[in-house]
Design a protein around this ligand. Structure first.
Ligand code: HEM
Length: 494
């Protein structure tokens, strides 16, 4: 078991080196015409009449069109990837939320969201709407802090230090918990024709991340071991419901899920239990927060719970099902090619280094992140007046305007990605320069998270973990069949 407690503050372990592919000469900006050579255009679109405009856009977004069609239809209407519109939540009980945004829906305009001289990220994690700080112990945790706020550096460096400290144990803990997860799925498959993997998967994600990030084994508390993952699900759901399309019968979804923010007290008992668990069992990590980064115990625990529950558990809970589904439903012979690669490369014991030899596996992981970015929406507010460019025009942005990027469309930018709608498993293997345009982490895959940007602290850990997940799977099985929720067959390796 991973024991952060045995690591003295100040000792550092190497973080996993970046995937081999990202060391190829990175492009930091698209090789496209400079702004000066593009025509200046007024931003098309409008926010509509007060109340009516936002309400009508909200109904289109959640009900009549759905997010992807919502943005696509407006690109067609305005003949532009940059336009004014409204994004929910809005009217009636979100009176203090301003739904007006300027969209950035191509790779070039979206990349302005990463320039911290031009934009700020204060309180805009999920748009102008911010879930109550009661969900995070009455403090604004790191994800809501702008880089200009000194607390952001402390919290971001704290998160990166925890990752660094855990890097030695990350792979063994991952493999142990993966083995438990697939044993559970196999047992279920021996009794039924199909095994839903969502609960075993979430238990696996929760257990391995808690051991790595908090330095505490959930199995020391039966309640946390059994229900920790469900506690985080409920806590996440209450914060995000006003912003997410669920797909249940309308107008019920609009009336009950998108019209008001749910109060924290519904999950306060769960949160208190998780808080107590971290306070009692994560002492070594809390000391790092205190002595290395000057964080109070409360600040460390709330930030740790947010990183664990929102960033890490939330992110992997969306990403891994899409990865399993992509691979399990493939009919083109991809699984056999992966089997060949993971058994011929990387040595006998899996590690961060061994998966870096597996170029096809890496490319499949990147392509899955391109087509299914787990965090679809990203926001940033103009720090000052500036000019923003799309591929074919330049526009004036005023200080204070909120920019909104919808990654599922940005990642299908036809000027960057050939056959953008197709899943091409070798895309990033054959053209590593494309990694400069892979933005799932709120920054290019060739970039590095630092205290002065807002890129995901675990950018490399996430992709390497996904590669290890795939490598483990196809060292254990010759093939798997299934979907984004269940496995229907597995063929064990000889
Ligand atoms: C599949 C898993 C993950 C996904 C998809 C993901 C995605 C993201 C994204 C998109 C952001 C930027 C949000 C924004 O400001 O717009 C972010 C930020 C962040 N992520 Fe991740 N993440 C994942 C896993 C993790 C893990 C395992 C950690 C563990 C340390 C982590 C730590 C963070 C932190 C601390 C930030 C805030 C960065 C800052 O404030 O500068 N993430 N993540």
């Amino acid at each position: 078991m991973f024991v952060v407690m045995s690591i003295s503050p100040g000792m550092s372990f190497p973080s996993p080196p970046s995937p081999s592919s990202s060391s190829s000469s990175p492009l930091t900006s698209p090789p496209l015409p400079p702004p000066a050579s593009l025509p200046l255009r007024t931003i098309p679109g409008s926010h509509g009449w007060p109340l009516i405009g936002p309400l009508s856009d909200r109904l289109d977004y959640f009900w009549f069109q759905g997010p992807e069609t919502f943005f696509k239809k407006r690109i067609d209407k305005y003949k532009s990837t940059l336009f004014r519109t409204n994004v929910p939540p809005s009217f009636p009980f979100f009176w203090n939320v301003n739904p007006n945004v300027v969209t950035v829906l191509d790779c070039k305009s979206f990349s302005h969201l990463f320039d911290m001289d031009l934009v700020e990220k204060k309180n805009v994690l999920v748009g102008d709407f911010m879930p109550s700080v009661k969900f995070t112990g009455d403090i604004r945790v790191g994800a809501y802090l702008d880089t200009a706020e000194p607390q952001h550096s402390k919290v971001k460096n704290f998160a990166m230090e925890i990752l660094k400290k855990s890097s030695k144990l990350w792979v063994p803990e991952l493999l142990t918990d993966l083995s438990t997860m697939w044993d559970t799925i196999e047992t279920e498959l021996s009794k039924n024709s199909s095994a839903s993997y969502l609960i075993p998967l979430q238990q696996f994600i929760f257990s391995f991340l808690t051991k790595c990030l908090v330095g505490a084994d959930p199995s020391t508390s039966p309640e946390i071991a059994n229900s920790g993952y469900a506690m985080l699900d409920r806590w996440l759901a209450l914060q995000l419901l006003p912003t997410v399309k669920i797909g249940i019968l309308q107008p019920l979804e609009e009336i009950f899920l998108h019209s008001f923010a749910y109060p924290f007290f519904l999950v306060s008992g769960d949160y208190r239990k998780l808080y107590k668990f971290v306070k009692q069992n994560g002492k070594e990590v809390l000391e790092i927060g205190k002595y290395e980064f000057g964080l109070s115990e409360e600040e460390s625990i709330h930030n740790l719970l947010f990183v664990l529950g929102f960033n890490a558990f939330g992110g992997f809970s969306v990403f891994l099902p899409s990865l399993i589904s992509t691979i399990a439903s493939d009919t083109t012979g991809l699984q056999q090619r992966i089997v060949k690669e993971v058994r011929s490369k990387g040595g006998s014991t899996l590690s961060f280094d061994s998966v870096k030899e597996m170029e096809l596996v890496q490319s499949v992981v990147y392509e899955t992140l391109r087509l299914n970015p787990p965090v679809p929406l990203q926001y940033a507010r103009a720090r000052k007046d500036f000019q923003i460019s799309t591929h074919d025009s330049v526009h004036d942005i005023k200080k204070g305007e909120l920019l909104c990027g919808y990654q599922p469309l940005v990642m299908k930018d036809p000027k960057i990605f050939d056959e953008p709608d197709s899943f091409k498993p070798d895309r990033f293997k054959d053209n590593k320069e494309l990694l400069s345009y892979l933005y799932w982490s709120n920054g290019p895959q060739t970039g590095s998270p630092t205290a002065s940007n807002k890129q995901c602290a675990a950018k490399d850990y996430v992709t390497l973990t996904a590669c290890l997940f795939v490598a483990y799977l196809f060292r254990r099985y010759d093939s798997i069949t299934g979907s984004s929720t269940s496995i229907t067959a597995v063929e064990k390796a000889e």
